[in-house]
Design a protein around this ligand. Structure first.
Ligand SMILES: N[C@@H](CCC(=O)N[C@@H](CS)C(=O)NCC(=O)O)C(=O)O
Length: 241
């Protein structure tokens, strides 16, 4: 039975797993879970991941959730090149340091912009208050500054000379607000140069393919049937407003 990976490429952690598997020629069956259609709540998917989140994998009888755990599992199982998850104690610790930090920083703030700028106006039929947006932009700006100053510094990549899981997880998250129309790279030459290096290492075609959905999100939002998004309303009100 082939490895199954459950994905929706609108999702940042799904893009990291997708890029990692493709870049390392890991054979898998792409099982699409359409988040905006609520497919994560279907009974079948509950058997794969009771957390109701993508990405998730099924490898024979073994199921696994959480993008970082999945990529480490695949790195170990398929013996991917060392630079992705370096064996060297301190280089690996740098990767893990970033992976541990990013959830409550770039991920949360980048996602928030995506929802405030694009999805919430679509779901609620109104723009979010300016002070909410300004505060979210300020938070993202602070995280990006820390990203450059603490994690990237003057190195080509987070762990040093080579791309690692940390850069992969970072780029997919940083691209999320771009999908909502916020040019996070404007006036950030260091971040832009790093993005270009990461894109080149991944391969431009694979990078662009993985980001095609999110970069088309503004058009998608125009066409999507907003009644399908009703399921997200209670969570949006609780989380973001
Ligand atoms: N920490 C998890 C995050 C997974 C996650 O939050 N996935 C989101 C998409 S980005 C999801 O599936 N959301 C569906 C939902 O909450 O209904 C990971 O890295 O895999």
């Amino acid at each position: 039975m082939p490895l199954e990976i459950y994905l929706d490429l609108f999702s940042q952690p799904c893009r990291s797993v997708y890029i990692f598997a493709k870049k390392n020629n890991i054979p898998f069956e792409f099982k699409k879970i359409r988040l905006f259609e609520g497919e994560q709540y279907q009974e079948e998917f509950g058997k794969i991941n009771v957390l109701r989140k993508v990405p998730a994998i099924k490898d024979g009888d073994f199921t696994l959730a959480e993008s970082v755990a999945i990529m480490i599992y695949l790195a170990d199982k398929y013996g991917t090149p060392d630079h992705w998850y370096p064996a060297d104690l301190q280089t690996r610790a740098r990767v893990v340091e970033y992976l541990s930090w990013q959830h409550s920083a770039i991920r949360i703030h980048g996602s928030k912009i995506f929802w405030l700028k694009l999805m919430i106006p679509k779901i609620l039929g109104t723009d979010v208050p300016k002070e909410k947006m300004d505060s979210a932009l300020e938070d993202l700006d602070g995280s990006l500054r820390l990203f450059e100053e603490k994690f990237l510094q003057d190195k080509p990549f987070i762990a040093g000379q080579k791309i690692s899981l940390a850069d992969l997880v970072a780029i997919v998250e940083i691209m999320q607000p771009v999908g909502a129309g916020l040019d996070v790279f404007k006036d950030r030459p260091k971040l832009s140069a790093w993005r270009d290096r990461v894109r080149a290492e991944i391969g431009n075609d694979l990078f662009d393919e993985a980001h095609q959905n999110i970069l088309g999100a503004q058009d998608m939002a125009k066409c999507i049937d907003s009644s399908k998004l009703e399921i997200f309303k209670p969570r949006i009100l609780k989380l973001f407003l």
